[in-house]
Design a protein around this ligand. Sequence first.
Ligand code: DSN
Length: 428
Amino acid sequence: MPPALLSPGYFTAPVDQIDPVIAQAIAREKTRTRDVIELIASENILSRAVRDVQGSILTNKTVEGYPGKRYHAGAVNVDVVESAAIERACQLFGCRFANVQSHSGSQANHAVLHAVAEPGETILSMNLNAGGHLSHGASANFSSKWFNIVSYGVRAEDGLIDYDEVIALARKHKPKLVIAGGSAYPRALDFAAFRRAADAGGARLLVDMAHFAGLVAGGAHESPFPHADIVTTTTYKSLRGPRGAIILWNDEALRKRINNAVFPGLQGTPSLQIVAAKAVALGEALRPEFARYAQAVLSNARTLASCLRQHGFDLVGGGTDTPLMLVDLRAKGLTGAPAAQSLERAGIIANMNPIPSDTVDLKVMSGLRFGVSGATTRGLDGAHFDRIGALIAEVLEGLRQHPDDNRDVEDRVRAAVREIVAPFPTYG
Ligand code: DSN
């Protein structure tokens, strides 16, 4: 007998029989997430259907191009999948065109830059510390090396965007693209004012709605359309889909440019199992219950923000109109990294974040960002978020008093956290 080509069970055995290292890490991750409150703004908890589709056999398929125009044969079924994702994206966000292939939000944003600007041309975007995004022209990102980035920030006194400044910068620098949105700006964006800025500079307007896309989908936040020319969003934050992103627009003249910028401009075959998961998640977001979810996210975010304020924390922008909020820790004499670490030991998971004009080292930072999309999916409501705000305050106050050893407080809060989340199991 020749040696078997495949190990026994190659087509059927589960990962715990094939690869215990990875299987055990996944099992431990399940326990970790079961016992904590996840407040990382860019996370959510996906449905069984969305997760299953990501592990489907669509992962085996290679097809470059777009539905009906592929470079590889055998695309009949994945064409159905991608067409469904495109149609649902357009229906959900009320636009004419969608590209659902980008592997990430950064790639979607890079595709837009590639589609509308030539290297060396000017892009006007929000600076990273003020809440922008790496892919919008941060110094460490390739976007700042290929384009001339002019940035706007937020006002020192209230943490809000100064739209007159954005319009003046657009008029002065005549960018090809104005970018609104980012990773840590908590307040609603004035899309009409951004439109005025784009028009003042003769630019196109891109709105990156990654963090609040779920609210737009559920009617709990104004839509960037019709003001925006192009809208990008990741699919895995408040939109509650898989890792990846979509690009949306209305102008026929942009159709080829954006599609060509994604493929072949930036990537080859899309991850078709992820495109399928985007389709399922977009289908879920079209159901009436998603509007209730979006309202709950906004309401929980406002509850947590107002509770933190009552406990004496400074919130950048004074509060939130989105799923996230940004706490400025300076008045408490704390910094982001030790605060996030102490909260993690207490079972509350959040990330350190720069605050506008942060002067503290990027490995430490002066802020903490909290988001409620995942914990809202889990079932936590306003009363829980009031309690969570008090627990966050308890940990941070303990850290202020005992910077070297906050263990007593962390242990006490960790027990309280387990009590809060125990009635809300996710995956059984
Ligand atoms: N942009 C990062 C964040 O907001 O956390 C990842 O999506």
